[in-house]
Design a protein around this ligand. Structure first.
Ligand SMILES: Nc1ncnc2c1ncn2[C@@H]1O[C@H](COP(=O)(O)OP(=O)(O)O)[C@@H](O)[C@H]1O
Ligand SMILES: [Mg+2]
Length: 306
């Protein structure tokens, strides 16, 4: 399958001498939701900017649907919808004409029915006659999404879609992204919110300091790097970790009241643990399991690769 976006050995050094991208290799496939996850300053917007033709790479190559940039920039740009991180200042024009104009910019024939559906999906239909200037920040962001989608792009870039956005818009946006994906649109979003990556993405790329640290299917990432723990509330406190568990990753809380045992991803190990507890005559009042969140995983990745 030809990747929707293919990036090879991409470097970007800004005029200041700052190296924002240090050899990025990445393929994004048609129809997937790809989340580029990383802290502020990691290089996410620079990478998106390079793909969308706003940032000139220092070296390396980018291809859209197999066609290399910058030679095929015009064809690529028509396929791409971009919702930038910052709210760009907008004119006096109405929401309707802003969106219609955006579509025309890419040489697409007018399609009032399509634009009406788009505005309705983004709860903007009632505001179609309003000037974009009189809208709230959240509404303006909806307009930016509508403008990015007006020419029916097949690849949508959302740069920090949740930054400064209220929960209602966030939910609407997530629903919209899923609908677009169902229609076959490839979606690339950047975020430093783990929740967003966890909720939305099929695959996650972790970026820090201009380098992609890891690219993996979300479920596989959680399976591989996730940890399950069994927390055992002891009837009588223990001073040391019982020998039966010394070969496992086990720990005691500071009062010796809770024994915590790592069980990797294997549920069946719990039976083992219960047998050991019973053999060692260790009594307990309660038992629960916990799982590491994507957040723990993320912190571990950044720690281990820096
Ligand atoms: N035009 C620029 N000139 C110099 N440095 C820049 C410029 N744009 C971004 N940077 C720097 O490059 C790094 C990556 O920025 P950016 O791609 O915006 O990160 P992110 O989107 O992950 O927060 C940051 O340290 C930022 O300060
Ligand atoms: Mg950014």
């Amino acid at each position: 399958m030809t990747p929707a976006v293919s990036i090879r050995d991409l470097y970007k050094t800004y005029d200041s001498g700052f190296q924002a991208l240090k050899g990025v290799n990445l393929d994004i496939f048609p129809g997937e939701i790809f989340a580029l996850l990383g802290p502020n300053g990691a290089g996410k917007s620079t990478l998106i900017g390079a793909i969308c033709g706003l940032v000139r790479p220092s070296s390396g190559s980018i291809a859209i649907d197999g066609q290399p940039l910058p030679q095929h920039y015009r064809e690529a740009r028509v396929k791409i919808g971009l919702v930038p991180q910052d709210l760009v200042s907008q004119g006096f024009e109405s929401v309707w004409s802003a969106v219609r104009f955006s579509r025309g910019l890419f040489g697409k024939a007018p399609d009032a029915a399509l634009l009406e559906r788009l505005l309705r999906e983004l709860s903007l239909w009632d505001k179609r006659e309003a000037s974009t200037l009189e809208l709230s920040g959240g509404m303006r962001r909806r307009v930016m999404i509508a403008k990015a989608l007006a020419h029916e792009p097949t690849i949508l870039f959302l740069d920090e879609p949740s930054a400064g956005v209220d929960i209602e818009l966030r939910m609407d946006m997530w629903a919209m992204v899923r609908r677009l994906r169902d229609r076959g649109v490839t979606i690339v979003l950047t975020t430093h919110y783990l929740e967003e990556a966890e909720q939305m993405a099929d695959r996650i790329g972790v970026i820090s300091d201009g380098q992609l640290r890891l690219v993996e299917n979300k479920a596989a990432m959680i399976r591989r790097l996730g940890r399950r723990r069994v927390h055992i509330s002891l009837t009588y406190p223990l001073a040391i970790i019982p020998t039966a568990f010394s070969s496992q990753h086990a720990s005691l809380d500071e009062n010796g009241r809770e024994l915590i045992i790592e069980i990797g991803g294997e549920q069946s190990n719990i039976e083992h643990i219960l047998n050991h507890l019973s053999a060692a005559k260790i009594r307990f009042t309660d038992l629960r399991t916990s799982e590491s969140s994507l957040e723990d995983i993320f912190i571990n990745i950044l720690r281990s690769t820096q």
